[in-house]
Design a protein around this ligand. Structure first.
Ligand code: NAD
Length: 357
C-alpha cells in the first residue's frame, strides 16, 4: 500500500476562510443537519465513546484540560483536547474554552488532520442545543432567554434562531460588559433583534426556550431558586460540565423531563449530578427516534443536560475537513517521521544528513 505521510492542518486562518466562503448560516445549517443525521444513525456496535477524562485543578487558576475520544471502529479515532479556564478572558484575554481536535486513521494511527477546536466547539454546542430544542421545545417558540452572555451564548442564539421563529431575546449575565456587548457580538447573524437586558425572574417567566451557559463556579449553583415559567419551557443547560458545577435548581429538575446528552458523563459533571437515576429521562439518542415521546415532552418543562459529547466534535470536525478538501484549504504537512526502512527511526536522520552534505 502507498504511504500517505501528509496530515492536514486546518488552522484558525483556514477555518475563517471556510466560513467566509461557505457562509455562516449555511455552516450552521449543514452542521445541524449532520448532527441530526449522526444521532439518528448512531450505533453502539460501530462507535465507541469513553467518558472523557483529564486533569482538574484549582491552582494557579481553576480549570481543567480534558481529552474527549471517540472511535468509529475500523475507520477513525478522533480526540478533542479541551481546556476550560474561566479566568482566561479577564486575566489572559483568551477565550474560556481553548481546544484542538485531531483525527487519526484507525488502521495505522496516522494523523489525518488537526483542526481548531475553539470556534468548532462553540458551533457544535449551539447546533446541539438547536437539535435538542427541536425535540423538546414548541416549534412556534418565539422568546429565547439567555443566562450567561459569554462565547457560547453567540452560537446558542445563532443555532436556535435557524430552527425557531425567534422574535425576542432576553439576556442576563453577572458581568454587565458581557450583556452590553452582546448585541454587537451577534451582529454577524443579522437577526434584526436587539437583546433586552432582563432580570432572571423575567427571563424565566417569558421564555419559551432558555439557554444557560455560565461559568458559575463549582458549588456556587444554582443560578436562581424560585421561579415562575411557561408550562412548556425548554431549557438547554450548557454550563454544567465540571464536578460540583450546576446551574439549575434541584426543585426545577425534579419536576421536569431530563434528557442528557451522555448519561454516564452527565451524572458526573452535568445537572444530572443532582438527581437520582430514576429522575433522569432517555438520552437524546433515544428521544430522536421516538416522535410520540417528543410530543409528550413538548408540553411540559424539559431540560437538555448538555455536558458536551465527543460525537458532536466528530460531526463538526468531519464537516470542516470536508469543506477544507472541497475548497482546497488547510496546510498539508509531513509531521510524522517516515524513513525508507520502517524499522529504523534514525533512517530519516541519515537521509537528511546526506542531503545537507
Ligand atoms: N455543554 C457543552 O458542550 C459546552 C461546550 C462549551 C462550553 N460549555 C460550558 O459553557 C459555559 C460557558 O462557556 P463560555 O465559553 O461561554 O464561557 P465565557 O467565559 O465566555 O462566558 C461565561 C459567562 O458566564 C457569566 N457568568 C458567570 N457566573 C454567572 C452567574 N452566576 N450568572 C450569570 N452569568 C454568569 C460570565 O460573566 C461570562 O460572561 C462554561 O461553563 C463551559 O464549560 C459547555
Amino acid at each position: 500500500m502507498k504511504k500517505n505521510q501528509e496530515s492536514i492542518i486546518i488552522d484558525s486562518h483556514a477555518v475563517n476562510k471556510i466560513i467566509t466562503k461557505v457562509g455562516l448560516n449555511r455552516v450552521m445549517d449543514d452542521l445541524i443537519l449532520e448532527l441530526e443525521k449522526s444521532l439518528k444513525n448512531y450505533n453502539k456496535e460501530e462507535t465507541e465513546v469513553p467518558i472523557r477524562s483529564g486533569f482538574h485543578y484549582k491552582k494557579p487558576f481553576l480549570g481543567l484540560v480534558e481529552w474527549m475520544p471517540i472511535m468509529k471502529k475500523g475507520e477513525e479515532v478522533l480526540i478533542k483536547v479541551v481546556g476550560y479556564h474561566p479566568e482566561n478572558p479577564d486575566i489572559f484575554k483568551l477565550p474560556t474554552i481553548l481546544s484542538t481536535i485531531s483525527s487519526y486513521d484507525a488502521h495505522t494511527g496516522h494523523l489525518n488532520f488537526l483542526v481548531d477546536g475553539v470556534l468548532l466547539t462553540a458551533l457544535r454546542t449551539g447546533a446541539s442545543s438547536a437539535v435538542a430544542s427541536k425535540m423538546m421545545a414548541r416549534p412556534n417558540s418565539k422568546t429565547l432567554g439567555i443566562i450567561g452572555c459569554g462565547a457560547q451564548s453567540i452560537t446558542q442564539i445563532h443555532a436556535i434562531s435557524r430552527l425557531f421563529p425567534i422574535e425576542e431575546i432576553l439576556i442576563y449575565d453577572t458581568d454587565q460588559a458581557s450583556t452590553n456587548s452582546l448585541a454587537d457580538r451577534i451582529a454577524p447573524i443579522n437577526l434584526g433583534i436587539t437583546p433586552a437586558v432582563s432580570r432572571i425572574s423575567e427571563i424565566m417567566e417569558k421564555s419559551d426556550i432558555l439557554c444557560t451557559a455560565t461559568s458559575i463556579a463549582p458549588e456556587k449553583g444554582p443560578l436562581f431558586n424560585d421561579f415562575n415559567s411557561k408550562p412548556h419551557l425548554h431549557i438547554n443547560a450548557v454550563g454544567a460540565d465540571f464536578p460540583g458545577k450546576f446551574e439549575l435548581p434541584k426543585s426545577l429538575l425534579e419536576n421536569a423531563f431530563i434528557c442528557p446528552d451522555f448519561l454516564e458523563q452527565a451524572i458526573i459533571e452535568g445537572e444530572c449530578q443532582q438527581l437520582n437515576p430514576t429522575d433522569i429521562g432517555p438520552s437524546w439518542i433515544e428521544l430522536i427516534h421516538d416522535e410520540g415521546l417528543k410530543e409528550k415532552y413538548q408540553s411540559g418543562i424539559s431540560v437538555f443536560d448538555s455536558t458536551g459529547w465527543a460525537l458532536e466534535d466528530q460531526v463538526v470536525a468531519s464537516l470542516f475537513a470536508k469543506y477544507a478538501e472541497e475548497l482546497n484549504l488547510g496546510t498539508k504537512m509531513n509531521i510524522e517521521s517516515y524513513s525508507s526502512d520502517e524499522k529504523n527511526p534514525y533512517g530519516m536522520i541519515h537521509q537528511l544528513i546526506n542531503v545537507v552534505q
